[in-house]
Design a protein around this ligand. Sequence first.
Ligand code: SAM
Length: 299
Amino acid sequence: MTWRELRAEVERELARAGVGPVETEARYMLERASGYDAAEWFEIADAAPPALAERKLRDMVRRRVAGEPLQYVLGGWGFRGLDLFVDPRVLIPRPETEWVVEVALEEAARVGLRRTRRRLSLVEAHVPAAVADIGTGSGAIAIALAAELPDVEVWATDVSEDGLAVARANVAGCAATRVRLAEPGAWFDPLPARLRGSLRLIVSNPPYIAEHEVSDLPDEVAAYEPRGALVSGPSGTEAIEVLLERAPEWLAPGAALVCEIAPHQAGAMTELGRSLGYETVMVRDDLTGRARVLVARTG
Ligand SMILES: C[S@@+](CC[C@H](N)C(=O)[O-])C[C@H]1O[C@@H](n2cnc3c(N)ncnc32)[C@H](O)[C@@H]1O
């Protein structure tokens, strides 16, 4: 059997299982199993796949057909140009969160941090400004901030030890030496006390789904992604409330908390931010016009 024939078989199996878009998913899996990308396909199309690669591909198809998300099956996913390792210990990084990072970078520029995009390096000097990613999961936000803000060190926390193991693998894989992964712990608790009042930016994509909303989630999400990364509590806003209440203790004057929210939470969370004494509280729309990013600036 050639790669071309195997590809046709994979596409038939995915189509039969109603998984798709078939051609795109088959291409991702073939790239991962063969080690060749789409541009190199014609170099291998008529060759026989090595037994190990074929076994790997068939295993991926079996898991995908059983309903596992494509990203876990592939064992990796892209986030702002980074290739991150993901598995069911962490939330799959979403495009919405790429936009949260974009807003955070605008806030970073506002507070005077230099923004450039460059390769992360294994050898990097100590840098004085600190920012934090609270609830880091795969490390997506923290590593993206380190990649795009060359003069900061990024502290990352998570309550999940399993999640932090994935973040650790990604930090090492991306050579993100300016990312400091704190010991497992709730919200700000694992941060060193010396950072109090000094963070120039706090970014978070906390769990914000209410318990009663879980039944509305797609099966793929509810069955495979970690519940602790998705569900906040009865109202869905519990985690955002903690962040709004506790961030001022850690933020420098004039700094900002940037937090992903669901659109229906925008009004209540803006009001809470104002009542807590933030100087400016606003909600930024994403590219589809949905209110998705809460920005709360200290005075
Ligand atoms: C929605 S996921 C976001 C993951 C990642 N930052 C991203 O954007 O893809 C929320 C993360 O918050 C973490 N988390 C939940 N409760 C927490 C708590 N009390 N303290 C710190 N992190 C928490 C979860 O383990 C999970 O990794």
